[in-house]
Design a protein around this ligand. Structure first.
Ligand code: TRP
Length: 346
């Protein structure tokens, strides 16, 4: 049972909602949230707020492993926080913060770097993909998963909602945490991945065999959460389908159509098969899917415009989030520092 770690860790929980499982997740400040991020991940973050003691961070330190312009990074971090608030994260019900605002992330990462091994980091497929064929690879790209593990353990997180692509990083976080506890005594809560079911995977509209993703450049295949109605409709109308003309839900044989059916299903709270029953023509399905997505995103876009007009208020929310996060993170870091034998300041 995944809560065992917590019960065996006497000092683990200092927060005031002790009965709810702690959840933590992070998102890169890539800007331009798209439907894949939103329906695949953020929607779950929003619903987790009520059932869990949820911590969410914009991982700006992780973004430094990429080539990113400093002014851009700052702007995108702010924009990503706004996107999350607009999507329904409520600072009254969750703790939303920027990773670099809580200094314990890098401190904890060092303790875990001295626990992780070169061999296990070399096995990370994401590292292999991103570093392959390059002349010069940053050390930060290599230790990226350790910083991620630090993000998680600092909050005694039992549950970590992530996409399937992060499964291996989560396994590493577990291994490193277990090794730390074996060596220094039960100190850190061992996390577990919470990976959403396949239905939440939004595929690229032009290449329905691959996940909708910002890093793969497919502007027509990616619906941005901020796209206006005309843009959304244009992208859905141009979505790749097939030529047999039959509306039927079949992920393997009709991936493009299945993606549209799934989108309309999530937007209207039905199953893709139920949705398919109501249509005979691709054109009608596309028109209704576009309309449903426009309506789904309308309130989010309105909230986003309000938030963007008041950057001071957003900064204040993030400051409060950082303060709450620091309370938890500093207690965990102190416990870990003590355990490894660092002389603590008086
Ligand atoms: N690596 C994650 C991604 O690219 C982002 C991330 C950083 C994260 N720290 C985290 C996710 C902690 C969950 C928990 O999506």
């Amino acid at each position: 049972m995944h809560r065992v770690g917590y019960h065996r860790t006497p000092l683990a929980r200092t927060y005031d909602v002790p009965l709810m499982a702690r959840v933590l997740s992070g998102i890169q400040p890539s800007g331009d949230l798209h439907l894949g991020n939103y329906l695949g991940a953020i929607v779950n973050w929003v619903s987790d707020q009520d059932e869990h003691d949820a911590f969410y961070c914009v991982v700006d330190l992780h973004a430094l492993t990429l080539d990113i312009d400093p002014a851009d990074l700052r702007a995108r971090t702010h924009d990503t926080a706004i996107d999350l608030l607009a999507a329904g994260l409520d600072p009254e019900r969750c703790t939303l913060f920027v990773q670099s605002h809580v200094v314990q992330h890098t401190q904890m990462a060092w303790l875990l770097e001295c626990t992780a091994t070169m061999g296990e980091l070399q096995r990370m497929t994401q590292f292999k993909d991103k570093s392959g064929g390059r002349e010069s690879v940053r050390a930060g790209l290599f230790t990226y998963p350790v910083l991620m593990a630090a993000d998680i353990v600092l909050y005694d997180a039992e549950r970590v909602p992530v996409g399937d692509d992060q499964r291996q990083h989560l396994e590493l976080a577990r291994d490193v945490t277990i090794r730390f506890n074996n060596r220094f005594g039960d100190t850190l809560v061992v996390p577990e991945a919470a990976i959403p079911k396949a239905g939440a995977r939004v595929m690229d509209l032009q290449h329905p065999e691959r996940k909708m993703s910002k890093s793969v450049n497919s502007p027509l295949g990616t619906v941005l959460v901020l796209d206006d109605p005309v843009e959304i409709t244009r992208k859905i109308k141009k979505a790749v389908t097939d030529t047999d003309g039959e509306v039927r839900y079949d992920r393997d044989k009709k991936p493009g159509l299945a993606n549209l059916l799934e989108l309309l299903a999530v937007a209207t709270g039905r199953t893709p098969t139920e949705v398919a029953d109501g249509y005979e023509r691709y054109g009608d399905l596309k028109a209704d899917t576009a309309e449903a997505l426009v309506e789904l995103l309308r309130p989010l876009q309105a909230r986003r415009a309000e938030l963007a007009a008041d950057p001071g208020a957003v900064a204040a929310l993030l400051a409060r989030g950082a303060e709450k996060a620091t309370g938890v993170a500093s207690a965990t870091y102190d416990r870990a520092a003590e355990a490894v034998g660092l002389l603590r300041p008086a």
